[in-house]
Ligand binder design. Sequence first.
Ligand code: ZN
Length: 378
Amino acid sequence: MSSARRRRRRRGPLKLNGMGERLHIKGHILTGPDEVLGQMWVDDGRITFTKPAGGDFRTLEGWVLPGFVDAHCHIGLDHRGLVPDEVAEEQALTDRNAGTLLARDAGVVNDTRWVQHREHLPRLIRAGRHIARSRRYFRNFAVEVEPDELVAAVREQARAGDGWVKLVGDWIERTEGDLTPSFPAEAVKRAVAAAHEEGARVTAHCFSEQSLDDMLDADIDCIEHATGMRHRHIDRFVEQDLPIVPTLINIDTFDDIAGSAEAKYPTYAAHMRDMHRRRHDTIAKAYEAGVRIFAGTDAGSSIAHGRIADELAELTRASLPAAAALDAATWSARRWLGAEAISEGASADVVICSGDPRADIRHAGSLKHVVLRGNVVR
Ligand SMILES: [Zn+2]
């Protein structure tokens, strides 16, 4: 079998289709940020805009959006690391009930492809394990390697995941007492090229300014956090069409991280506080310049699951209009990940709000219904 066929087969479970209820959904069907239809039906788990023949339909009404995408989510982790599968399932249900119907995993410890075979759980795009420099990440989370082992580790995780590889791009270097890039720039370049050869995209955890230069040079596919984004980076992000997943509700914890590091690592603490202070401004400038932004919560780190609406609200605090914040978790996010949104024949994975979330983002946090694979799960 060719490697391309193997990759397609691995991505197969994302197309899982359940039977679901017969639904008539009416009100405001948002097929795009500015495109509104009056009604749709769900039959056999799929969306249709033509009324299917016969039978009873359950009617739901409201402002209908594609199910949210949490583009940075760790189903299977909590702040201490690996959790048992029963806990991971609870996490996935918590995310689902908050409207996250597609999660892009950003690194877990064990194999979570079982999630993809349970119809009642959100869809999941896995990334395998995080890849970090030795002793430069939380203990027991990542595959830890030295620069000369990086390419082999990337190839292995690319083959284990669903088309994404997660690097830890920077972390505190204790002898320097500050954030520094995890790997030399040349090693990152070789690693990204190897992932691309495997047909996978690469994303990296990057807090600091310096790591972003190396990731841009390596032609990486996505950046997580991006708190170190400065003027010199922004045009390059736009030119390279490189998206960011800011995880602002996680960045909000930087002051606490700084507080506990203060005594031993004052330079690092000051650096973290500075990036925390600038966080909304950093994202505002990126948005104004046209950098693509996607919503991610970092659930499974110090952040609890089920907080996608909090992240959307944070994006609006960073000056994104509510429709743009929603887009970061719906239409554009789904297009970016190759997932269906609201269209004829698409899987009925939608959330229903009681008011227009484009007018008030808080409606995204108090959903009336959640429909997954045609089943009303909330
Ligand atoms: Zn994370």
